[in-house]
Ligand binder design. Structure first.
Ligand code: SF4
Ligand code: SF4
Length: 441
């Protein structure tokens, strides 16, 4: 079965469900010695992976073993936080049948799910600057991605649904499975709707998620929707303009260095010192021979530096801008050092998630969001042709065609990095444009 796994995964349109949506068939086409399951789910309030790990344990372990066979990995590691007791119990019960797989328990810190942090925590290998886990013989894969792999291995089912947590100002905080292509508003109705009228929705976790329109579309990478009031401090922070953020940096950055001390990439020994980059915002230069604007390429935009900062400044936003500006000038990351050791106090500086939730002003929403099955029938979906990193899929249907749920509607363009798209409901194609396909049942 595993000999054809890359092909099966490509045919099913599987992409990384936990991040930016890198096409999984490309990721699996490699040789590593270790496959690591990212079950950290370190973004506060999200509850998908920890519940899938507890409920679908054997399926996930079976898919992990298949990925290990495909990549010739000798070892599989499941990274779970110590607090996910139900998932840990379920994994421990089933692990004896999978002798090459072990469980690694993580403390409750942010960002435990950052790929490079997870690789170090589970294997003590340091991914080089600007590198990926493959550089140190590892492959990191998400829990839901493995479940999608299992489904296609056993039934041939392509990706037509996604799991997501609905939380914040909603009537019932839940985690559920929805068809791809429904709107954010329709998804929120599954949670009984919102409890306030003047709200904003974050797609993803509070740290790295983006504010989205309620009429926007659920995609393969949607993991959670958080509803907050418009003037919540987190929304004010996310919507603060870069101009305002830079002005504040110039006025209030006291070069205390806390942002650097708590930066997870600095902790791994990378040449990223956000406090020095903040000097560019304040004085136009870093005043340091070893740090230049290009060091911002090493920032993963986890946002933790803001919550380390007593002045609530946003080094991550400034770094993101620097990366965009440099990229637009064709400048690439020149930093590729491989650290030989991590920062010696990194463990004691790990940022506790409870403390982070408090700083984010989200304590009242930090509650269970149990998995529920909904029987809601959706009559219309908009399937984006770009739900992944790479080129958009190419529509292979036309207006007037009738499709069944699970039928191919978007194909990988020849020779491109891309992923296939499938009908998530049965019905008639009522619109096809360069960006999306609309199906009405
Ligand atoms: S923590 Fe804040 S004040 Fe201190 S150096 Fe960093 S950005 Fe400046
Ligand atoms: S966002 Fe801040 S804390 Fe996170 S990697 Fe970038 S500089 Fe470091």
């Amino acid at each position: 079965m595993s000999a054809n796994l890359v092909e099966l995964v490509q045919n099913a349109g599987i992409v990384g469900a936990g991040g930016a949506g890198f096409p999984t068939h490309v990721k699996l086409n490699c040789t590593v010695d270790t496959v690591i399951v990212n079950g950290a789910e370190c973004e506060p309030l999200l509850r998908v992976d920890q519940q899938l790990m507890a409920m679908e344990t054997v399926k996930i372990l079976t898919a992990l073993q298949a990925v290990m066979d495909q990549t010739h990995a000798k070892e599989g590691i499941i990274g779970l936080k110590k607090k996910y007791t139900e998932a840990i119990e379920a994994v421990n019960k089933d692990l004896p049948a999978f002798p090459a797989i072990r469980l690694h328990l993580l403390k409750n810190f942010y960002p435990a799910g950052d790929e490079q942090v997870l690789v170090y925590e589970t294997t003590k290998r340091i991914v080089p600057e600007g590198g990926i886990p493959l550089n140190v013989g590892t492959l990191v894969i998400n829990v839901e991605t493995l479940l999608n792999i299992y489904d296609t291995m056993t039934t041939g089912q392509p990706v037509v649904d996604t799991y997501l947590t609905l939380t914040g100002e909603v009537k019932n905080r839940i985690t559920t499975k929805v068809p791809l292509g429904i709107t954010v508003r329709e998804a929120l109705e599954l949670a009984g709707g919102t409890t306030i009228d003047d709200y904003v929705v974050i797609n993803g976790g509070p740290m790295m998620g983006k504010i989205v329109d309620p009429e926007s579309t659920i995609t393969k990478t949607t993991k959670g929707l958080i509803v907050l009031e418009k003037d919540h401090s987190l929304i004010r922070s996310k919507t603060k303009s870069i101009k305002e953020s830079m002005k504040m940096a110039g006025m209030a950055c006291m070069q205390c260095n806390y942002c650097t001390e708590l930066c997870p990439r600095y902790g791994l020994g990378h040449s990223l010192e956000p406090h020095k980059l903040m000097r560019i915002a304040a004085y136009g230069k870093t005043c340091d021979a070893t740090t230049q604007a290009t060091n911002a390429f090493l920032c993963c935009e986890c946002g933790l530096c803001q919550y380390a900062c007593v002045m609530d400044l946003q080094p991550w936003k400034f770094n993101a801008m620097l990366k965009r500006e440099l990229g637009s000038k064709g400048i690439k990351n020149p930093h590729h050092k491989t650290p030989t050791e991590v920062e010696r106090f990194r463990t004691i500086k790990q940022f506790d998630v409870h403390r982070l939730v408090l700083r984010l002003g989200l304590t009242k929403y930090d509650l269970p969001a149990p998995m529920v099955k909904t029987d809601q029938v959706f009559t219309k979906v908009n399937l984006l042709l770009a739900q992944h990193i790479g080129a958009p899929a190419m529509a292979v249907v036309k207006v007037g065609d009738t499709v069944e749920r699970g039928e191919l509607v978007g194909e990988i363009p020849a020779g491109k990095l891309s992923a296939r798209v499938f009908a998530s409901i049965s019905g008639k194609i009522i619109a096809v444009d360069s960006g999306k396909i609309t199906i009405q049942s």
